[in-house]
Design a protein around this ligand. Structure first.
Ligand code: DQA
Length: 146
């Protein structure tokens, strides 16, 4: 089972971007630890990051053809992008929305997620562990008969 871990705008800055909110780990460190966990769980992990909305739409369409699931932190596009929402609802593979922080506990404009209603589920507020929890869900799901 191959899972795409997809990160949106400004998440390439993790480690130095508002560490009190997003933690001290870089995106590469998070991706490496997900690959290690994925190997333990029998999942292959491919990682994508883009600051561009259209590239994230392209990556979601690619994931539909080549992966069995997507873990998506769309960053600020979570709150604004109808195009990414339409891509999530238009593909067949399940998408889990993740966030490092808990957007519901932050500014008002972060309380709306355009992605939550079209995702398999949402995991927020556990730092880098949010991604790991999503990965565990995919592993357990793949163990269950369809
Ligand atoms: C974020 C939360 C978003 O509101 C914000 O725009 C981000 C990061 C998170 O992981 O906590 O870029 O998705």
């Amino acid at each position: 089972m191959k899972i795409m871990v997809m990160n949106g705008p400004n998440l390439n800055l993790l480690g130095r971007r508002e560490p009190a909110i997003y933690g001290k780990q870089t995106l590469s460190e998070i991706e490496e630890s997900l690959k290690v966990l994925g190997a333990e769980l029998g999942l292959e992990i491919v990682c994508v990051q883009s600051n561009r909305e259209g590239e994230l739409v392209d990556a979601l369409q690619e994931a539909d053809a080549s992966c069995q699931g997507v873990i998506l932190n769309a960053g600020a596009y979570t709150h604004t992008s109808v195009a990414i929402r339409d891509a999530v609802s238009g593909i067949s593979v399940p998408v889990v929305e993740v966030h490092l922080s808990n957007p519901l506990a932050r500014e008002v404009f972060r309380k709306t997620s355009l992605l939550a209603g079209v995702s398999a589920g949402s995991i927020s507020g556990f730092g880098a562990e949010s991604y790991a929890l999503a990965l565990i869900w995919f592993a357990r799901k793949s163990d269950q008969p369809a």
